[in-house]
Design a protein around this ligand. Structure first.
Ligand code: ZN
Length: 203
């Protein structure tokens, strides 16, 4: 499986990092080796002094497709979750300055947390889902999918113009504001509506 991530999909987060608002979705890929098992702790890699959490809504692909029309995009996924796009911000900033790809900052081992999956039928409106992240019991990031610049079906259609989507692929749909550094002994816990989807110890 592959992980396809969307950058800059929430206006408040674009402002927070002083990025330009994109005219098309920003896309990057994480390999399957980036997935952190939910039973494992997250170890801050030695090459970074500033790893940020980015909580994001996830979509799991259940049907092979390419060049998917937005109208039919809903037929290509059946489960929703949330996860963390861990980002070595110091590394990413250096790469950005030089116009280089972001993989070293975002695709390292453990950089993708994938929460428990819920059937999409559990949500009456996928474009109105609340999610949030707690760090050590305090809410640090809050979002609602209605605030996405590109909604799930638009993203699936857009991504599939470039990459064939395969069964089991996961899409990270972008993070809202509130990203911050994780430190050893932090515990980060993700909630989709009021359901806990993951809880990770930082080492
Ligand atoms: Zn992200």
């Amino acid at each position: 499986m592959k992980i396809i991530c969307i950058g800059r999909n929430y206006t408040d987060h674009i402002k927070e990092l002083e990025n330009e608002k994109p005219t098309d979705p920003v896309i990057f890929i994480k390999p399957d080796s980036a997935v952190l098992k939910l039973t494992d702790d997250f170890y801050i890699p030695e090459f970074s002094n500033e790893v940020h959490h980015e909580v994001e809504v996830l979509v799991k692909i259940n049907k092979l497709g390419k060049h998917i029309n937005e109208k039919f995009a809903h037929k290509y996924y059946d489960q929703i979750s949330i996860g963390i796009d861990f980002t070595a911000r110091d590394v990413q900033n250096k790469l950005k300055e030089k116009g280089l790809p972001w993989e070293k900052a975002k695709s390292f081992d453990g950089a993708a947390v994938i929460g428990e999956w819920l059937p999409k039928e559990e949500f009456s409106n996928l474009n109105d889902i609340n999610f949030r992240l707690e760090k050590n019991g305090a809410t640090v990031q809050e979002g609602n999918t209605s605030l996405m610049l590109w909604k799930i079906d638009e993203l699936i259609s857009y991504i599939s113009q470039y990459f064939t989507l395969k069964i089991g692929d996961v899409i990270f749909t972008g993070t809202p504001a509130g990203v911050s550094k994780v430190n050893p002994d932090d515990v980060i816990t993700g909630f989709l509506e009021d359901k806990e989807m993951f809880s990770i110890n930082i080492k």
